[in-house]
Design a binder for this molecule. Structure first.
Ligand code: PRP
Length: 217
């Protein structure tokens, strides 16, 4: 092992909340609460193991470039960015789904296979473009960074492609799901060089997390 340091990239919010109990089960505890603190590098009880706190969409970048050895990222972010990462484990957390939604009553019996030239607001232009291209539907994509559900209400787009978890945001904004693209959960991602150079530190973490997930199953 060339380097005994292990850096784990996490993002604040649901991923951090759901990942910390998993890390705790493999014996890694942050030395202070990363959610309460403004620190971006947080030590742990394990010498040489530290957490870096980054934006959810930046996790693949930190790991791909080796600034972090491992990280936790949603399948949505991974598919959108297509970073070159090893993805050994589905952590089964942060479950939701990627859907197409539209205003309720927009088209009774709407048939997605008959759509043509639709304007779609989304934070996921690559996923959206690929999905509609495979169906032979031409799209105009309006890239947004949040609050996608507003776009059809104010005439910015016909439909949206976005994440749905409880369905409450769609419902409270008068939108309905018309098609599911795929299910989502958060994955452990690993820098490909770290897997070799930091063996067995990285492989031990993967194996221990896999054991915890098996126990939970
Ligand atoms: C996500 C997503 C939806 C909402 C869905 O937004 O974009 O807006 O959660 O959750 P629900 O089905 O349980 O209502 P998030 O809170 O991550 O914020 P964002 O607008 O920045 O994407």
């Amino acid at each position: 092992m060339l380097d005994a340091k292990l850096t784990i990239a996490l993002s604040k919010g649901r991923i951090l909340e759901d990942t910390l109990p998993l890390l705790e089960r493999v014996g890694i505890r942050p030395s202070e609460d990363p959610d309460a603190s403004r620190k971006l590098v947080v030590g742990t009880n394990r010498p040489g193991v530290e957490l870096v706190i980054v934006r959810a969409t930046d996790v693949p970048t930190y790991v791909e470039f080796g600034a972090a050895d491992v990280g936790v990222a949603g399948r949505d972010v991974l598919l959108e960015q297509g970073a070159d990462l090893y993805e050994p484990l589905d952590l089964g957390i942060g479950k939701c789904r990627m859907v197409v939604a539209e205003p309720e009553g927009m088209a009774a019996g709407d048939d997605p296979s008959r759509w043509d030239r639709v304007r779609i607001a989304t934070k996921y232009p690559n996923i959206t473009r690929d999905f509609f291209a495979r169906q032979g539907v031409q799209t105009q994509i309006v890239k947004l960074y949040g609050s996608m559900e507003l776009a059809p209400l104010v005439g910015l787009a016909d439909r949206i492609v976005d994440l749905v978890s409880s369905g409450r945001t769609l419902e409270e904004n008068g939108l309905v799901e018309v098609e599911t693209l795929f299910g989502i959960s958060s994955r452990l991602v690993v820098n490909k060089a770290a897997l070799k150079l930091k063996h067995p530190l990285v492989s031990d973490l993967i194996d221990s997390l896999a054991g915890v997930l098996e126990d939970k199953a």
